[in-house]
Ligand binder design. Sequence first.
Ligand SMILES: Cc1cc2nc3c(=O)[nH]c(=O)nc-3n(C[C@H](O)[C@H](O)[C@H](O)COP(=O)(O)O)c2cc1C
Length: 376
Amino acid sequence: MRTFVNTEDYRREASRRLPRIAFDYLDPGAEDEITCRMNREQLAAIQFQPRVLRGTSLGEIDLSVETFGKASRLPLVIGPTGFAGLFWPNADLGLADCAAAAGIPFVLSTASTMSIEDVARRSNPAGSRWFQLYLLKDQAATAAMLQRAWDADYEAIVLTVDTPCAGKREASIRGGARLPLHLDARKILDFARHPLWTIQMLLNGEPHLANFPYSRKTPFIMEEHLKRGIGWDDMAWLRKNWDRPLIVKGIQCVEDALLARDMGADAIVVSNHGGRQLDGAQSPMRILAEIVRAVGSTVKVMIDSGFRRGSEAVKALAMGAHCVWLGRATLYGIAARGPAGAADVLKIFEDEMRRAMTLLGANKIKELDGSLIKGA
Ligand SMILES: Cc1cc2nc3c(=O)[nH]c(=O)nc-3n(C[C@H](O)[C@H](O)[C@H](O)COP(=O)(O)O)c2cc1C
């Protein structure tokens, strides 16, 4: 078997195993992918300034953090990704279980291919599950979905706020990636070139949006039901109707971070959606320190977009992030080798974080601060 030593190895294998239509949905960003590149470049531009002789030892680094009164073994979260069943059957369940085994939270997307209840019922009960909400045009339908997440014991709601419309992801537009998959000659050829994936899908059935009524004849078209013009009044509505932690995902400036805090958010995720929405949007790492300074300890500041290595996560933590969310990284893992691949990606991140902290001279997360990095 091939040796996978980093996330990029998993990415390459995912691109081999998946048909084009699925990889083109997973991997590319919007338009010219400028933001995708900036996400990576900004992480690379930040340099470590290690301290020595601090008694750090690889096996004894403590990576745990506490979030909403619950301990996480690692400062990571598996973030929400829709249509994950395109990459591996029951991928939502696989990712939830990987997160539980690693001792970190898992966020289920509104656009998941397993339902809120199925994931809750079938995944490891020890895991922390959060639910990512896209508001629907019909407020009663949104309220019903919120109630389902509540009844299924999801511990937090994640309101994604950076999608007033879909980003222009050109590879997906060309390839026609949507559910249900309307077969045409190009897709049939694509599937024929990827027989293992195709057999897996034939055996398990075509993935569909599992949180909504489904019928092959009248499929649920997400775009027709999402409420796009959402505003801070929607956030106020959500705050009133959800009594557990509320996380706002997709904050990109200090002003909105302060508004989210004032409207009652318990945490924010500084994110540009992994470069999949507004191409040209700055890297969250450019604004992270400023946001942390502005909101202080009143809300937890989390981050995502572009993280492919544990050492990069350590840079974000040193700049004041509470934890780092992973989008594509664990998807590459599950797309390449199923749940075992996603679990291995988390192990790789953990190992790289341990090494970075050992070499940096920090024994625990609390010892990471701005004095250990340059160029932020
Ligand atoms: C295939 C895919 C599907 C996604 N679906 C959702 C979604 O349904 N809801 C959401 O809030 N974010 C979604 N995201 C964005 C991720 O949660 C996250 O913000 C982004 O992937 C982080 O960047 P990274 O992939 O570089 O780690 C998706 C990302 C990918 C790659």
